[in-house]
Design a protein around this ligand. Structure first.
Ligand SMILES: NC(=O)c1ccc[n+]([C@@H]2O[C@H](COP(=O)([O-])OP(=O)(O)OC[C@H]3O[C@@H](n4cnc5c(N)ncnc54)[C@H](OP(=O)(O)O)[C@@H]3O)[C@@H](O)[C@H]2O)c1
Length: 233
């Protein structure tokens, strides 16, 4: 097992909680971050309860809850799982706490976060939420964009079989090599190198398409698979 500690900023919410649950299930060390420490601790307890109910020995569930800046300070991977309107404030609040961490941005700038349609994106001056995030943290901190096309509802249901490619965008190859094994820890997920950070414009917008498909096919579980790649991918 890799020794990485994964902090999930906004790990009390749908996507972050689902990732925390699945990573803790796989034996990874997870710190749930929240603006409210008590809320983070309650979410960590919920992860423990769910995993113990599903048969995990309590001593193998390595999850805790902390206020966002404290969570960020102790992790080598910091996953940002908050709605777009909170991205600037939260990144400004945690950037001083990041210590040699790889930051993984999951943000989709959905119009719904500001009262618009869930199948539309907001315009972001930098091109994508991930490129906005890039401007808000030190240049020495690697930033990746990933997990945009993954269903939070499927993640949170441990009986659901996941079946999704995780398109990872970013300009730092070493950071991608750090994240890929952590993606593979979750059964049913396959990390793919989707190229430079600017590709996040496309990957983020695909979430709006998936939301549209979810509505048409009355599900919350749609995801993506890329075909035609070499088998070892
Ligand atoms: N849900 C999905 O299926 C899914 C899939 C792929 C990508 N995403 C992306 O992942 C991100 C998180 O989505 P989500 O559905 O998990 O969101 P969410 O449940 O609405 O919120 C996640 C957490 O973010 C914090 N938060 C909420 N509003 C905030 C604000 N204005 N400022 C700072 N923090 C705030 C809250 O944590 P505290 O109150 O504890 O601080 C909340 O529990 C979004 O950018 C979304 O586009 C979601």
């Amino acid at each position: 097992m890799d020794e990485h500690k994964i902090a999930i900023i906004g790990g009390t919410g749908d996507l972050g909680f689902g990732l925390a649950l699945r990573w803790a299930h796989a034996g990874a060390q997870v710190v749930i971050g929240s603006r409210d420490e008590k809320k983070a601790q309650d979410s960590a307890e919920r992860v423990k309860e769910k995993l113990c109910e599903s048969g995990s020995p309590p001593e193998r569930v390595l999850v805790s809850g902390l206020e966002n800046t404290q969570a960020a300070a102790m992790a080598s991977i910091v996953v940002l799982a908050i709605p777009f309107p909170g991205q600037v404030t939260i990144l400004k609040s945690i950037r001083g706490s990041l210590k040699n961490a790889v930051v993984v941005d999951t943000t989709v700038p959905l119009a719904a976060t500001l009262g618009g349609k869930p199948t539309r994106l907001l315009g972001v001056w930098q091109g994508s939420a991930a490129e906005q995030a890039r401007e808000l943290i030190p240049t020495s901190t690697p930033l990746l964009a990933a997990f945009h096309n993954l269903s939070a509802e499927a993640l949170q249901d441990l009986s659901a079989v996941l079946d999704c490619d995780i398109l990872v965008c970013g300009d730092d190859q070493l950071a991608k090599e750090t994240l890929f094994p952590l993606v593979k820890l979750i059964p049913g997920l396959r990390p793919l190198d989707a190229g430079p950070l600017e590709m996040a414009r496309i990957v983020e917008s695909m979430t709006a398409l998936l939301i549209s498909l979810n509505r048409r096919y009355r599900t919350h579980h749609s995801g993506i698979r890329i075909t035609g790649l070499r088998p070892e991918s």
